[in-house]
Design a protein around this ligand. Structure first.
Ligand SMILES: NC(=O)c1ccc[n+]([C@@H]2O[C@H](COP(=O)([O-])OP(=O)(O)OC[C@H]3O[C@@H](n4cnc5c(N)ncnc54)[C@H](OP(=O)(O)O)[C@@H]3O)[C@@H](O)[C@H]2O)c1
Length: 245
């Protein structure tokens, strides 16, 4: 299905999300865009430089720690979105993550999975068959590395949750798509020296996400990263543990 009526984006200030909004604005396939962000003023200011923010755009700030607030907001929506994408994530240094494991798990796993679960409740209740939930995860969740194992473990948990939730919602004809991105240059990764041949910019990543959304895929991993992760997983742990990457 390549036609959705209303999209809801969580973590809408994500650099990739903003590019996705610009592409959708050009495509004109979506009638309404709901953007959920901690900083809607900043988001509005950035977007209004590039597109006309007419009344087809709605902005909302939510306390994602508060289930009741989320539930009440979602249940009050009249025309519920049929495409929902969560971009929430945070990648700090591994030293910071070790000091505050709970924060890493909270932002990369608990907050998005809880929100998606509440979205799923609404989609079932409203019998919104053919709707789609998309979770943005990472190839970092496929194999632990010393530079980001807490982030990787949280993304791994998110991908596992999405797999189980996909199975749960399949009987309702509601799709759940897992996107596992590789390297993307954004504010999250601005200090990481990624090799350019393996790195997408936010626009390229947004295009890849959208084409996966319009496909019937369950899991999308960029092809280069499919090959890289396949090869990495072939390396025996005895050797892997000595590698410096
Ligand atoms: N960049 C990469 O190389 C890469 C690779 C693999 C996967 N990913 C994943 O792709 C997604 C988008 O990342 P990005 O590169 O576009 O990074 P980004 O620009 O830093 O966006 C991440 C967004 O997550 C939301 N967020 C962060 N901390 C939060 C918190 N405590 N509570 C609620 N929301 C919070 C923020 O949205 P608001 O400011 O709107 O609230 C933020 O803009 C993330 O899930 C990331 O893990 C990125």
């Amino acid at each position: 299905m390549d036609k959705y009526n209303t999209i809801m984006i969580l973590g809408a200030n994500s650099d990739i999300s903003k590019e996705l909004v610009l592409i959708l604005n050009k495509e004109k396939k979506i009638n309404k865009t709901i953007l959920i962000s901690r900083d809607i003023l900043k988001l509005k200011n950035i977007l209004k430089e590039k597109i006309n923010l007419d009344n087809s755009y709605e902005f909302k700030s939510l306390n994602l720690e508060n289930d009741d607030e989320i539930r009440s907001y979602l249940s009050d929506i009249k025309n519920f979105p049929d495409l929902i994408i969560s971009f929430i994530g945070e990648l700090g240094t591994e030293q910071d993550a070790v000091k505050n494991i709970k924060r890493t798990i909270n932002i990369n796993y608990l907050l998005p999975s809880k929100f998606i679960e509440l979205i799923g409740e609404q989609l079932i209740l409203r019998k919104m068959k053919n709707s789609k939930i998309v979770g943005i995860s990472s190839v970092a969740g496929q194999k632990g590395r010393k530079i980001n194992y807490h982030y990787g473990a949280s993304k791994s948990a998110l991908s596992t949750f999405l797999s189980g939730f996909r199975q749960k919602l399949a009987t309702e004809n509601i799709s759940v798509l897992t996107i596992e991105l590789g390297f993307v240059k954004t504010k999250m990764t601005k200090n990481i020296p990624f090799p350019s041949f393996l790195t997408d910019n936010a626009h390229e990543a947004a295009k890849k996400i959208l084409s996966a959304v319009y496909s019937s895929k369950e899991i999308y991993v960029p092809i280069k990263w499919k090959i890289i992760m396949f090869l990495i997983k072939l390396i025996p742990e005895k050797i892997f543990k000595k590698l410096n990457f």
